[in-house]
Design a protein around this ligand. Structure first.
Ligand code: ZN
Length: 482
């Protein structure tokens, strides 16, 4: 982990990614294979994500709970598709307390099985429904090839699990929670996404319907940013979850599960960063504003720091996260330090500024043609910074969407032969027609692509399936993926 100049993001994207996350101190390598350590500056991003999303979940009637990390192995085997989907990735505990266990435990890859076991105890009547739970936790899925934030053997996530009396209500909930994710990812992470349903081939192991959000990364590949599932009706039934309905009949509830992970941080790093380092969305940045005091003499230092503290207080009173960099270091080195770390707004404050009751504001990035630095009077600072953070977030989203749209092509009347080679050679997203046949879907594999999701869009007249050229019944998003 050298520190110093970053590789160019446009010329060496992964070289850049692998350097910037270490140099900006988001993560460090861990002695545990396939895992990383989240350093305070990286963990703060997750804390802010948790803070915002947790509030939104609770507004939707979701309650938090916590279930054991270790799950009896037999639990996973009760649902054939589920265990089949996860078994290569399972880490299993066979020994504890100095002896071999009678039954091994798996480290949770996800918690449906143990949660349904508990729901079977807690749900008896229609009056107990809906039951709407969420867990903030870590999970383990053993990975051969890992990349910090995007794919690690252990990662942090939230998993929501709800049970409902009817399929309609559960389906509605699965879509509602996807909506919560879409709002967060587009408005707070400033990343444009395509949302839609997964094909039967790509859906969750044990699911009836899977909804997804797919973001485009700067290399033109799709990154799945979160999923929401309607579980197969047989899944909770396999764990004995039953309720007596209003008509007196015993029935199995319909369940949903939905999750997002620390992968969202990796996406924000990849989408927004530049050759100078991170560019953080204000909503998740540990510090939205950094104040760099500039002084030469001790007397100046006292004056400048007093003014800096007063402005920090004013900003904090308006719920803006501020840090004063009072280290004994040259201002230029401090500018570099915070640019690398992607703080949205830098304020520079020297003795002359204090005398004039103003300071210099320099956002980490500005719109083309806008001033890189502007003078702001102390009494206008809170309002100006507030507006600048909003403008900053909009700029991030617009920049990302402009790039994404430029890499998106429409081939609803085209064939795989016409666009497959482009996906293989240049990546990018393609909107294509599809007949819903799995054989056509699998033809994409030859070009290293897949159907990322079925878009909720009208099928244009004369749209044809990219594989068999029969009339299309769906419009899909095809791409390479992470
Ligand atoms: Zn077809």
């Amino acid at each position: 982990m050298s520190s110093g100049k970053l590789p160019s993001k446009s010329h060496d994207f992964f070289g850049w990614y692998n350097e910037v996350i270490y140099q900006a101190q988001l993560v460090d390598e861990s002695p545990t294979r396939g895992c990383v350590v989240l350093r305070p500056y990286g963990y703060a991003l997750w804390e802010n994500i948790v803070h915002i999303m947790d509030k939104r979940f609770k507004e939707k009637g979701i309650e938090n709970a916590y279930f054991p990390l270790l799950i009896p192995e037999s639990f996973l085997k009760k649902e054939a598709k589920h265990v089949e989907g996860f078994s290569p990735e399972l880490a299993v505990v066979t020994h504890a307390g100095g002896k071999q266990l009678e039954e091994p435990y798996v480290i949770r890859p996800t918690s449906e099985t143990i949660i349904y076991h508990m729901m079977a105890r807690w749900i008896t009547s229609w009056r107990d429904l809906p039951m709407q739970l969420n867990q903030w936790a870590n999970v383990v899925r053993w990975e051969m090839r890992t990349r910090p934030f995007l794919r690690t053997s252990e990662f942090l996530w939230q998993e929501g699990h709800t049970a409902h009396a009817t399929r309609e209500e559960a389906l509605e909930k699965a879509k509602e929670m996807l909506g919560v994710y879409i709002k967060f990812i587009t408005e707070e992470l400033c990343i444009p996404i395509f949302a839609g349903e997964k094909t039967p081939k790509e859906r969750f192991a044990g699911g009836d319907a899977t909804f997804t959000m797919e973001g485009m990364m700067p290399d033109g590949k799709a990154l799945q940013m979160g999923t929401s599932h309607l579980l197969a009706h047989s899944f909770p039934a396999a764990y004995g979850v039953q309720f007596q309905d209003k008509d007196g009949q015993m029935k199995s509830p319909w369940c949903t599960s939905w999750g997002t992970t620390t992968r969202m941080i990796g996406a924000a790093v990849m989408v927004h960063g530049d050759d100078a380092g991170l560019v953080l969305p204000p909503a998740i940045a540990q510090y939205q504003v950094v104040i760099v005091p500039i002084f030469k003499t001790d007397e100046e230092k006292v004056t400048v720091l007093a003014a800096a503290n007063a402005q920090k207080q004013a900003l904090e009173n308006a719920d803006i996260r501020v840090h004063i960099d009072a280290r004994d270091e040259r201002p230029g080195a401090k500018f570099f330090h915070w640019e690398l770390r992607g703080v949205p707004i830098r304020l520079e404050l020297g003795p002359r500024d204090v005398a004039q009751q103003s300071l210099m504001m320099a956002p980490r990035i500005v719109a083309e043609g806008a001033d890189r630095k502007i003078t702001v009077a102390f009494d206008a600072l809170v309002g100006t910074v507030h507006g600048a953070l909003k403008t900053f977030a909009q700029l991030l989203f617009t920049r990302a969407k402009t790039y994404r749209d430029a890499q998106l092509s429409n081939a609803t009347k085209g064939t795989l032969e016409s666009f497959g080679k482009n996906i293989e050679a240049y990546n990018g997203f393609v909107k294509a027609g599809w007949c819903f046949d799995r054989a056509c879907e699998e033809a994409l594999v030859a070009y290293k692509g897949s159907i990322r999701c079925i878009l909720d869009e009208m099928v244009p007249d004369e749209a044809q399936c990219f594989g068999c050229q029969k009339p299309a019944t769906h419009v899909v998003l095809a791409a390479k993926s992470y």
